[in-house]
Design a protein around this ligand. Structure first.
Ligand code: SF4
Length: 360
């Protein structure tokens, strides 16, 4: 009895018309899969179009500067995806003569590609029988099979992967994988799945045993850590131009490679951030030079494992001595050419509306 007999037929009839489904170009499929790793389809679509228009092939991407790629990616989050994509494009240029690798191992060896993405590209672009196991697939299969072990455990994932290796349609592996993911996105949704019209309902264990709400089982999540970010937008006027100060984030932390205003990070809320900034940046700016200051509201920015609580302190100053600052000075008018985290980018729009007339 083939449980998945109706699945591909259902997919062909009901799949969403998405731009990356209209191509067999592995480069474009790769770009879409990287975007969709941590982004919803509706949000990712705009970025897919933007990236493909700007970098229509591996060669165009490989020759781009990192800042430019990060700027194109700005707002999508998880910026390591963009950095890894650029490194992989350069590797494809150098190691594979510009041709996207056509076997699973070579695809899997590219930076930023894990088991899931390698299987997706191999099956969709090259028709190779590698099953994908993402959150949608885990939910569908755990309900279908009545699996009550946590789906986020390595052993359950392995069990489901082995099962799909056996069941995957060997003639249409790409469609089989996409059909399962699409079913999870459209029909077998986390709450209120539409079992009545599901092509798998005849065989579904959770449906027939009334356990749809109990399956899938997940291990309890740990509470998210809170990090407090105080940013300092320092503005000084020199030769009829306004300048501000930036630094590039480095180290193995969020937003690596993006730019930021001078920052103080703490584990709890600072009572007097401006005083703290002066004491940490002696020589750079002086309290006597403040012409105007403003503190933004606290902004909460939620990431997968942590919450960032951020404030922006705007300081309009008579002068600043950049020799005492580790970052660099930027012409205010060029500020928006730098890639920023979404949190900063959003605040800058408010900032421009509120203050720009005052000093530009
Ligand atoms: S019958 Fe319902 S629970 Fe089972 S796979 Fe279909 S949508 Fe999911």
């Amino acid at each position: 009895m083939d449980v998945f007999k109706n699945l591909i037929r259902w997919y062909h009839k009901n799949k969403r018309d998405l731009p990356w489904r209209r191509t067999s170009d592995p480069y474009k499929i790769w770009v879409s899969e990287i975007i969709l790793q941590q982004t919803r389809v509706d949000q990712g679509m705009e970025y897919y179009i933007r990236i493909i228009n700007r970098y229509p092939d591996v060669n165009a991407l490989a020759n781009a500067a990192e800042d430019e790629v990060l700027k194109t990616w700005q707002g999508l989050g998880y910026y390591s995806r963009a950095r890894n994509m650029l490194l992989s494009a350069r590797e494809i240029e150098n190691k594979h003569s510009g041709h996207f690798p056509e076997n699973y191992c070579d695809i899997r060896n590219l930076k930023g590609i894990g088991d899931y993405t390698a299987a997706a590209i191999a099956s969709i672009a090259f028709n190779l029988p590698y099953p994908v196991v993402d959150g949608n697939v885990l939910r569908v299969i755990s309900r279908l099979e009545g699996i009550t072990d946590p789906i986020d455990s390595a052993s359950t994932k392995k069990y489901i992967l082995n099962l799909l290796e056996e069941k995957i349609d060997k003639k249409l592996p790409g469609d089989f994988n996409q059909a399962l993911m699409e079913l999870g996105a459209l029909i077998c949704t986390p709450s209120n799945p539409r079992c009545i019209i599901c092509p798998l309902n005849v065989h579904c264990n959770a449906y027939h045993t009334g356990r749809i709400k109990q399956i899938p089982v997940k291990t309890k999540k740990q509470a998210k850590k809170i990090r407090y970010f105080e940013y300092f937008i320092i503005l000084v006027r020199e030769d009829n131009k306004w300048f501000t100060f930036l630094e590039k984030r480095s180290g193995e932390d969020i937003w690596k490679g993006l730019y930021q205003f001078p920052l103080i990070e703490t584990k709890s809320l600072l009572q007097n951030p401006i005083e703290e900034f002066f004491s940490r940046n002696k020589g750079f700016i002086r309290p006597d030079d403040i012409l105007e200051q403003y503190t933004s509201k606290m902004i909460s920015h939620i990431l997968t494992h942590r919450i960032i609580k951020a404030r922006f302190q705007m300081l309009l100053l008579e002068s600043a001595d950049e020799e005492f600052y580790e970052g660099f000075k930027v012409d205010y008018k060029k500020l928006f050419s730098y890639p920023f985290p979404r949190l900063t980018d959003r605040y800058l729009k408010v900032f421009v509306e509120k203050f720009e007339k005052k000093f530009v």
